[in-house]
Design a protein around this ligand. Sequence first.
Ligand SMILES: [Zn+2]
Length: 374
Amino acid sequence: MQDDVVKYFLELISIDSESGNERAIIDHLTSDLKVLGAKVEEDDAYVLSGGNAGNLYAQIPGNIDKKPILFCVHCDTVKPGKGIKPIISDGIIRSDGTTILGSDDKSGIAELFTAIKDILENEEKHPPMEILITVSEEVGLLGAKHFDKTRLKSALGYALDAHQVEELVIGAPAQNSIQITFFGKESHAGVEPEKGINAIRVAAEAITTMPIGRIDHETTSNIGLIKGGIATNIVPNKVEVKGEARSHNRSKLDQVTADIHHCIEQAVQHYQYDFGGASFDWKVNLEYEAFYIPDSEPVVQLAIDAMHRIGLTPKVVIGGGGSDANIINASGLPMIICGTGMNKVHTLDEEIEIEQLLKGKEFLKALIQRYAEL
Ligand SMILES: [Zn+2]
């Protein structure tokens, strides 16, 4: 017989929930949380996400007097995530190759809900628990950004959204998203090109001089999208470029962003004429702040203890991506990210080992038990 965590995981991935289209999964999780005895509220995160559902904020009462412990998971998936058909072989669950699997992040939800169910059914000592289920995480952490973090009362928190169960992610970079529009001057490329200013050429000059790629051990940047031009016989007057910069160090993030801006200014200066000049429009947005929680902090120690208790060897790592934990940490509540077993996420080869689902559930049980004992 399949373990309940596997069964529940398969149930969750059968419900389509691409970002912005989380209505069905939110309704399903609302009723499952109520079965667990939780008080459940849905907010209006769709105002920001443009989707059809809000975040769920659930509170499960404890039977001991203690500050709550917070768990954060997201219920949306990347595309293509409609009509997922799981195939199980050799202890690994995969999709049929035409969609993602949805283990990011439904493995976290399945492990969490079944762990809590066991604890409640066995009438174990447990603290009050807060559960935050976010929407539109995959499209810019929109649910977490919109959620009213002042509602959270927990002493510490765990996002369940990293790879192998043994992994504990204790830091992640800050990220700036960057949008640049280069403006030139349109003219006929064959008749009077000298009256035009080629925006593609201005953009190209700026991009070749920008710091791009790995800047140092904790800083990266990238230009990822470029769009412009209408026809080969028209000198293009507009090019849109999108990129990003990340760093674990906020002043380095500001520096690389300023360096990119400087390269654009320099390039644009080279294209100023009597009849007009190139120009640009610049938008930078801090998507999320960095966080770093030292090993010695209780939120990390508790997770390490819980792993040791069930015979796992924790691997404490620093992450390279942003997640809901960046947003929660910025609100002042310490949160690390735990692995759930998800693998090759955001690809059609996404997979999860059944062994990892079982381990993830056992780890969360141990984590709640350990916190109850403190
Ligand atoms: Zn995720």
